[in-house]
Design a binder for this molecule. Structure first.
Ligand SMILES: [Zn+2]
Length: 179
């Protein structure tokens, strides 16, 4: 959703990509729940406080609202098995590609898994989708193009669909709904 600049370790580093608001508002209007999941191991590593993650999520929601878009849920994993912040140093179930975040969202938001998809710009998200038994869509924005060129060819598991960007991924999902 946002520009990739390594860790978003400061609020000034968060920039929404063009077309993201439009893509999410399309999902909103077509009765899809929109849930954001992320690994924020920088919290466990002591790179930034957990509050920054909340601030960035608020900013994300404000930016989306400008396009009339909203998120139904935002879930993140602050942990890392080798973290330095004791509270967050652990082997958890929520670090992607583990499916703890999806499980939590499924229960809290009563998600219909038969109509659900995972969209991401990392190979990790395709692994995550597979683990959750959902179709995985790789977008070529952010890290996506690099992961598509250099990682996907070496994997037996493939994305269900590869989209130039989030808007095209969403368009494809809406086509699946009606087919
Ligand atoms: Zn976790």
């Amino acid at each position: 959703m946002n520009e990739q600049r390594g860790y978003v370790n400061h609020i000034s580093r968060f920039v929404l990509l063009p077309g993201v608001g439009e893509a999410i508002s399309l999902l909103n209007k077509n009765n899809h729940l929109v849930v954001v999941t992320s690994n924020q191991s920088g919290v466990a590593q002591g790179y930034f406080p957990v509050n920054l993650v909340h601030e960035i999520h608020e900013l994300m929601k404000q930016e989306l609202a400008k396009d009339g878009a909203y998120l139904d849920g935002v879930y993140f994993c602050p942990h890392h098995p080798h973290g330095v912040v004791s509270e967050y140093k652990k082997e958890c179930r929520c670090r992607k590609p583990g499916i703890g975040l999806i499980e939590r969202a499924r229960v809290e938001l009563d998600i219909d898994m038969q109509r659900s998809y995972v969209i991401g710009d990392r190979w990790l998200d395709i692994d995550f989708a597979y683990n959750a038994n959902l179709p995985g869509i790789l977008v070529l924005t952010g890290y996506g193009r690099g992961d598509f060129e250099y990682i996907v060819p070496h994997k037996r598991l493939k994305p269900t669909f590869v989209a130039e960007d989030l808007l095209r991924a969403v368009t494809w999902i809406l086509q699946q709904d009606s087919s």
